[in-house]
Design a protein around this ligand. Structure first.
Ligand SMILES: Nc1ncnc2c1ncn2[C@@H]1O[C@H](COP(=O)(O)OP(=O)(O)OP(=O)(O)O)[C@@H](O)[C@H]1O
Length: 244
């Protein structure tokens, strides 16, 4: 069980409060969609939960282990178990998809590995297995800069898994993708939850959260207003988070 108590986050020297006391509990294996209007705090919530942003206040526990107590950013030990997937994942465009997977993402892999690109042969096998599992084996030796948007998202997911992420926070992972590519990315994320017991939390348009997620969180003005199992939201629920 993962528990968040009283998460507060502000910027501009505490002048702008973005998250205003979030309390939530969730389990490994859940696929959670975060919905809300622009500026409601979705990305900030994802960045805090994946330990990419410092918390002003709040407690965060994973299976009774303290990740954060009273604010902060968590230790490297916990950060390496989280992945934050950006809308446009950053890659070394001249390096292959495989090399990018092996080198890893900032915050998840040690700096010397990203700088030198040093890899072990069992890492190589692990990366190839992961790329194969997600239907990307034929892209392994293609330059990352030439991948399509959907392929880039799926390679970013592989990269997170190869480096040990048990928890993935994805910030609008399908924005700008055609419906077919979006479906592949979302089904990949679903598989991680159902078959591999990973936790995936994604900011999504409401209709995709309703279709693919097992749970929906609705954010309004930095507060959690809706927490329901994955289903169509009612008109009242959509109104509560300013989506009508
Ligand atoms: N570093 C920052 N400095 C100042 N304001 C910020 C900063 N980060 C976020 N904000 C503001 O905090 C609010 C919440 O931002 P956030 O990106 O979390 O919202 P969001 O719900 O993800 O929005 P969108 O759907 O448009 O991506 C916005 O008003 C944003 O402008």
């Amino acid at each position: 069980m993962i528990t968040v108590n009283h998460l507060h986050k502000s910027v501009d020297g505490n002048k702008k409060k973005i998250l205003k006391g979030i309390d939530i509990q969730f389990r490994q294996g859940e696929m959670i969609g975060v919905v809300g209007s622009s500026g409601s705090g979705k990305s900030t919530l994802l960045r805090c939960l994946s330990l990419r942003d410092r918390w002003d206040q709040g407690d965060y526990t994973w299976d009774d282990a303290n990740v954060i107590r009273g604010g902060g950013r968590g230790s490297q030990k916990y950060r390496s178990k989280c992945a934050y997937l950006e809308q446009n994942p950053s890659f070394y465009p001249e390096k292959t998809a495989l090399k990018n997977v092996l080198i890893g993402q900032a915050g998840q892999t040690p700096w010397f590995r990203r700088l030198t690109g040093m890899v072990r042969s069992d890492d190589y096998m692990g990366a190839m297995d992961e790329l194969e599992r997600f239907g990307l084996i034929d892209k392994a030796h293609m330059k990352a800069g030439n991948l399509s948007g959907g392929e880039r998202q799926r390679v970013a997911i592989c990269r997170a898994l190869v480096h040990g992420a048990g928890f993935l926070a994805a910030d609008e992972p399908v924005i700008g993708l055609d419906p077919h590519s979006a479906e592949r990315v979302l089904k990949t994320l679903q598989t991680l939850c159902t078959d591999h017991n990973k936790t995936v939390i994604s900011a999504l348009p409401i209709e995709l959260a309703e279709k693919y997620c097992t749970r929906i969180w609705g954010i309004y003005d930095g507060q959690l207003k809706i927490d329901v199992t994955g289903r169509r939201l009612t008109v009242e629920e959509k109104r509560a988070i300013d989506l009508i």
